[in-house]
Design a protein around this ligand. Structure first.
Ligand code: SAM
Length: 440
């Protein structure tokens, strides 16, 4: 989400002020820091990075510094007190106002803070997308109203709201015209997307996917992050019926213990989560399922942790994310008593990651000698002279090929697994130009 916000901000400043991105921040005229506060570590980095920027401002008083994102949203003008050399502070819902804040900083040398939540306004104010490459993110809903007890997002990004249908479809249509072939739909709970169509009929996430799959040029659709509570049968069916919808679902479970899920206020049980997975696999047996886990939530016993380990064995998740619980100020879980030691929690995380990695390695190994469709993204970052692309289950594959394959879907035979990627050889070039047809 932050990557998407940053790229929209960069596009907007290119149009309003002609700014270009640089790889040499020490020589920049404008430095913007887009922050994350989901876990403490990310939050801590903010002031250490600002400390490194400070001498640059001393040497160049014309340098403008802005701080945005969720830490900005939480701390507001405290940032200006702690780091007085910062010129302006903006939140995740006000980055479309940065060009005005920038003008004030340049002309009046005045500091400003705008961390309000003007619903949806930003999408009406941002210029049309200008992207390079065949993949793009598209934010379709913002904020979160789930209020999980550990999570800071509802307080930093505001309540859940969905972008209008037309606005989403127009953005994707324009991206396809610029050569984008894969879109990743974004939202804190992306499958909570709900709006009305031209006839004032309710339109949900699964229906939105059906419309997007009709857009010429869009050969692959991904989405993240979905919430189990909103995972409808219609969405499970879409994975079977829409060829361009990647057969990959990232569905955070957080814990396999009902006691912990209740304390987390997740509003589903281990059993209802397993029912969703069973239904999804029933509709689409080859779907890859990945998840998020929080280890060491307050009150988690060894027995609760074992319930999570058993759930991993039961579902056999593919590549997943796992985190040590991080106490976030202002969240209900921050008040809960927590008696497990940090050593115990780290040991649990280590065991859990060992299990997750083993299942992910099984999936990679089973892919060897199979044929996989990848979207060719460009030259490989690691293997000199090779190209790279991603499989439906989100694995990077490096392979020999020609530069004019970039932006096309091709079939590869997987030949080898590496630590973080796969190797493959091209079998045939496919140009996917509709949801049902693949033309060789
Ligand atoms: N909205 C999605 C959901 O809750 O299903 C996930 C979005 S959240 C930005 C990404 C992941 O960060 C969560 O799934 C959770 O595993 C992790 N996370 C959020 N708050 C956390 C905290 N306080 N400590 C550790 N991990 C956390």
């Amino acid at each position: 989400m932050n990557e998407y916000d940053s790229s929209r901000l960069a596009e907007s400043l290119a149009v309003s002020h002609g700014y270009r991105e640089t790889d040499a921040p020490e020589n920049a005229d404008l430095l913007l820091l887009n922050t994350c506060s989901v876990r403490e570590k990310a939050q801590e980095k903010v002031f250490s990075l600002l400390g490194r920027w400070r001498p640059w401002k001393v040497n160049n008083p014309n340098l403008v510094i802005g701080v945005g994102g969720c830490v900005a949203s939480q701390e507001g003008d405290v940032i200006l007190k702690k780091a007085p050399f910062v010129d302006f502070v903006f939140g995740p819902q006000t980055y479309h106002r940065v060009s005005e804040m920038l003008d004030d900083a340049i002309s009046a040398r005045s500091q400003s803070v705008d961390i309000t939540f003007p619903e949806i306004e930003k999408f009406d104010c941002l210029p049309p997308r200008r992207v390079e490459g065949p993949r793009a993110f598209v934010s379709i809903m913002e904020g979160c109203s789930k209020y999980c007890s550990f999570c800071v997002v509802p307080y930093t990004r505001g309540e859940e709201y969905s972008r209008p249908f037309d606005s989403v479809i127009t953005e994707i249509y324009e991206l396809a015209e610029q050569g984008v072939r894969e879109v990743t739909l974004l939202g804190q709970n992306v499958n909570a997307y709900r709006t009305t169509d031209h006839m004032n009929q309710e339109l949900d996430f699964a229906t939105l996917l059906r419309y997007i799959s009709q857009i010429d040029g869009i050969g692959r659709i991904r989405y993240t992050t979905s919430h189990p509570l909103e995972f409808t049968d219609g969405l499970a069916r879409a994975h079977r019926e829409l060829e361009s919808l990647a057969r990959h679902v990232h569905l955070p479970v957080q814990s396999g213990s009902n006691k912990i899920l209740t304390k987390m206020k997740r509003r589903y049980t281990r059993e209802s989560y397993l029912e969703i997975i069973a239904n999804l696999r029933n509709h689409c047996p080859e779907v890859s399922i990945t998840s998020d886990f929080i280890v060491g939530f307050p009150g988690e016993s060894e027995e609760d942790f074992q319930a999570t380990m058993d759930l991993i064995d039961e579902v056999q998740f593919d590549q997943s994310f796992s985190f040590l619980y991080s106490k976030r100020p202002g969240t209900p879980a921050a008040q809960l008593s927590d008696d497990a030691s940090i050593e115990e929690k780290k040991d649990r995380l280590h065991r859990l990651q060992g299990k997750l990695n083993a299942y992910a390695a099984n999936v990679s190994n089973a892919m060897v000698q199979s044929d996989q469709t990848v979207l060719v993204e460009g030259p490989s970052k690691r293997s000199n002279g090779q190209l790279c692309g991603r499989t439906e289950n989100n694995r990077v594959v490096n392979f020999d090929g020609s530069l004019d394959w970039i932006g096309k879907f091709i079939d590869l035979r997987i030949t080898e697994t590496m630590t973080n990627s796969l190797r493959g050889v091209a079998v045939a070039t496919h140009i996917k130009d509709s949801q049902t047809a693949r033309i060789g």
